[in-house]
Each structure stands twice: as structure tokens, then as C-alpha cells.
Design a protein around this ligand. Structure first.
Ligand SMILES: Cc1cc2nc3c(=O)[nH]c(=O)nc-3n(C[C@H](O)[C@H](O)[C@H](O)COP(=O)(O)OP(=O)(O)OC[C@H]3O[C@@H](n4cnc5c(N)ncnc54)[C@H](O)[C@@H]3O)c2cc1C
Length: 397
């Protein structure tokens, strides 16, 4: 376990030294790889990388020490993120476990749940996926139809989830399911922790426009989980599910910004290499992107340490989703005509055929959709932050 010096300069030096010593060999072969649209690349090596990070105590850096974290300060977490970006260390594989489920368990879970699950996340051995969306419940998440009932001391689940990122490589899924028959909307839902490796769970991959198979359909056909693997009270899972979305939309983006920084550097270098940086319009967009990234970081820092984020996390989500999509547009605009026609490597697959810039452009279409689309974020900001009149609701029973 690496010592964490209190003094920021020594802390930065310790992080830099560790990364310099460890991003070597097969890990160095994945410098800057595995990010958005590139998730399939070197997955096994990235899993091995998680074990290296775990051994040194870098997973769960910001969790409180009493929950198995390192209790690092906000400033230390920022330094870690900056140095990670600078070292171009491989993209992480368990964002949903470390940054979404773990803070949710810390805020809403029982001691037994924290003791059972946080160590597996911190030691890099248990990966998680998010079972929220369904064919008829995306933006309208309260329309969830997956059912769960208690029988023989276990929850039995039936239903279908969709767009489940990394379900095919996850050990566990946190699932929003309807546990009160006949209930409607957000009442009667529960937040369940379900093992993926069982006969009742079937995962079917969906290939994205980037060619990568990051997400899936997930079918539950009498899938089971233990009766005590419910976070919060039965039927009260909506508050837990929304709490987790607050983490997803807000502060967890600090880790994501590591990748953004790297992408912006790459786009800037491309503008310099092609001479397009001399064009005022390109320079303006590069500067705007740089400023936007700083605003994003400061905003994330502002919300850090304030407990479970509220609806204001939607401001961050709307901002970063739009920012990232614009960066993808800029990358392709800089490439100009060569964005449309380029020489693929001999025998490459569709995914390999795409450059990182194409992947950035294509993947960032989805940033304004997942974790709640831009329209949904605007509704939340309008109604719950600004107090504007609500949109008309469809009458329910
Ligand atoms: C890359 C990616 C990864 C994802 N990973 C996961 C995952 O791991 N787990 C998971 O559970 N889900 C995941 N999702 C699903 C994601 O949360 C949903 O796609 C999203 O919530 C939108 O739902 P939908 O696709 O059903 O679209 P719909 O809800 O059908 O929306 C269609 C369009 O209508 C608009 N719209 C809908 N309702 C309103 C309204 N009330 N007011 C204004 N406009 C509205 C939306 O903004 C959108 O433009 C992922 C999605 C993507 C793209």
C-alpha cells in the first residue's frame, strides 16, 4: 500500500513516481486506450491493471477510511486524477462499482452490505453493472416493469433490462425492480443487488455504432438473489436509485474528466500538426473547450464532500455531456475531408478501422443520452432547481 503524504507536492511526487514505475510493459501498450468507444481494447490487461491499482491502494481513494477507503482529501483525489491523465494510464473498468455503487452503499446500505461488497470493489475483483433502463423505461424510469418477489428467503426476478453497459464482464448488477405487485410509477420499486453468474440471467450483446460491444440486453428469468441484498426498504428503492444517479451525474465525473483532458490534448495536438490551429475559428473552439473543462472540474470540486448530490447534479451532467459531444464534433471538423476517407490497416475489423477521433465523434452522440438525456436534465433543472411549473403529467391510476 503506497503511503499518502499530506503535503500536496509530496503527494503529487508519490503518485507520479508510482505511475512512472507501474505504467510499463503491457500496461504501457495501452497508454491512452480503453476510453469511450474504445472499451473493448485490451480488456484483460486492464483487469490486471486494476489489481495493480488495488495492491497499491488507489481504488476507493476518496472513500472514508472506516469503509475500507483511503480517506483522501478532495485535493489529493484531484492530483491523482491529473497525474493519471498525464501518465496516460489505461482506462478503468469498474467505474460503476467504485464511483456509483460504493458511494450509494456508503450512504444507504447496511453495515453487512458494505462489509460484503466494498472489499471486492477495492481489491479490483468484483465488477458491477447498472440495471436501470428497460425497453419502456428509459427517460421514464418510473415505468420499470421488471418484477421481483420474495419466496424461500430469496428475491426472484423476472423481466428485461437494456443498454446494460459491461453486463457481459460484470459479476454483479444493481437492479431497479418492482417488488409491490400493482404499484405504479416510483412507488413500490426496490434496489436489489443481483449476481450475474447464474442460470436465470442471460446477457445478449448489442454492438454500437463505434463497433464496440460495450452494452447489452439483460434478461432475468427467475433470477435469484438473497433476501438481504436489498438497499433501503422494500418498495422504497426510488430514493436509492435517484441517490445513485446523483453520484453518476455529479462528482464521479472527476474521474471521467481524466479522459476528457487527454482527449482535448490529443485534439489540440492534431490541430497543431495539421496547421488548423492557425484558423481563428478552430482556436476559439479549442480555447472554449479548455475553459469548459476547467469549469467542469471546479463545479465537480464544489459539489464534492457535500454528501449525496441533489438535483443540481443535473447541471453538471448537462454541461459535460454537451461539452464532450462538441469536442467530438471539433475533432472531426479538424480532420476535415480525411474524416470521411482514410486508409484502414490491412485486415482490420470495423472497430479497429475507426481512428480514436472517429470513435470520439461517434461515442459522444451517446453522452447527451445516458445517465439521463439533455432534455431530461433540463426538465429536472427547470422543475427541481429553478422551481418552474412542471411539464404536464400523463394521468396514472
Ligand atoms: C452508451 C450508453 C450506455 C448506457 N448504459 C446504461 C447502463 O449501463 N444501464 C442502464 O440502465 N442504462 C444505460 N443506458 C440507457 C440510458 O440511461 C437511456 O438510453 C436513457 O435514459 C434514455 O432512455 P431511452 O433510450 O429509453 O430513450 P427515451 O426515454 O425513449 O427517449 C427518447 C427521446 O425522447 C426524449 N424525451 C423522453 N422523455 C422526455 C420528456 N419527458 N421531456 C422531453 N424529452 C423527453 C429524450 O430526451 C430522448 O431524446 C445507456 C445508454 C447509452 C447511450
Amino acid at each position: 500500500m503506497v503511503e499518502l503524504p499530506d503535503d500536496p507536492a509530496s503527494f503529487r511526487e508519490a503518485v507520479r513516481h508510482w505511475l512512472h514505475e507501474h505504467v510499463v510493459g503491457e500496461f504501457a501498450s495501452l497508454r491512452g486506450r480503453g476510453g469511450p468507444g474504445d472499451e473493448d481494447v485490451g480488456f484483460d490487461i486492464r483487469v490486471a491493471w486494476e489489481l495493480e491499482l488495488a495492491k497499491a491502494g488507489w481504488i476507493g481513494l476518496g472513500w472514508p477510511a472506516e469503509h475500507g477507503g483511503r480517506g483522501a482529501s478532495v485535493a489529493q483525489q484531484v492530483i491523482w486524477a491529473e497525474e493519471y491523465s498525464r501518465a496516460e494510464a489505461p482506462a478503468r473498468v469498474n467505474h460503476m462499482g467504485e464511483n456509483l455503487l460504493a458511494p450509494t452503499l456508503i450512504a444507504y446500505g447496511t453495515d453487512a452490505q458494505r462489509a460484503r461488497f466494498l472489499p471486492g470493489i477495492a481489491d479490483g475483483t468484483e465488477r458491477w453493472c447498472q440495471g436501470y433502463s428497460e425497453p419502456n423505461a428509459g427517460s421514464d424510469l418510473a415505468n420499470v416493469a421488471t418484477r421481483a418477489r420474495l419466496a424461500d428467503g430469496r428475491w426472484h426476478l423476472d423481466g428485461q433490462k437494456v443498454w446494460t453497459s459491461l453486463a457481459h464482464v460484470s459479476h454483479w448488477c444493481f437492479v431497479v425492480a418492482r417488488t409491490e405487485p400493482g404499484s405504479v410509477r416510483h412507488k413500490g420499486l426496490s434496489f436489489l443487488l443481483v449476481p450475474m453468474d447464474q442460470p436465470g440471467v442471460e446477457v445478449r450483446p448489442l454492438i454500437k455504432i463505434t463497433g464496440s460491444g460495450e452494452f447489452n440486453e439483460t434478461f432475468f428469468d427467475d433470477a435469484v438473489t438473497d433476501a438481504d441484498l436489498i438497499v433501503g426498504e422494500p418498495g422504497q428503492g426510488w430514493a436509492v436509485a435517484m441517490g445513485l444517479l446523483g453520484f453518476e451525474r455529479g462528482i464521479s465525473t472527476l474521474a471521467q474528466q481524466v479522459g476528457f483532458e487527454r482527449e482535448l490534448e490529443r485534439v489540440t495536438a492534431m490541430a497543431a500538426a495539421t496547421g488548423r490551429v492557425d484558423e481563428p475559428a478552430v482556436r476559439r473552439r479549442l480555447v472554449e473547450a479548455w475553459v469548459g473543462l476547467r469549469l467542469m472540474k471546479w463545479n465537480a470540486l464544489r459539489s464534492m464532500g457535500s454528501g449525496v448530490p441533489g438535483p443540481e447534479a443535473s447541471i453538471s451532467k448537462l454541461f459535460w455531456g454537451t461539452w464532450h459531444r462538441e469536442l467530438g464534433n471539433l475533432a472531426v471538423d479538424i480532420l476535415g475531408g480525411s474524416a470521411m476517407a482514410w486508409e484502414p490497416a490491412e485486415g482490420s475489423t470495423y472497430s479497429e478501422h475507426l481512428t480514436l477521433e472517429h470513435k470520439l465523434f461517434l461515442f459522444t452522440r451517446s453522452d447527451t443520452i445516458y445517465a439521463g438525456s439533455n432534455q431530461i436534465q433540463r426538465n429536472i433543472i427547470g422543475e427541481r432547481v429553478l422551481g418552474l411549473p412542471p411539464e404536464p403529467k400523463i394521468a396514472t391510476r
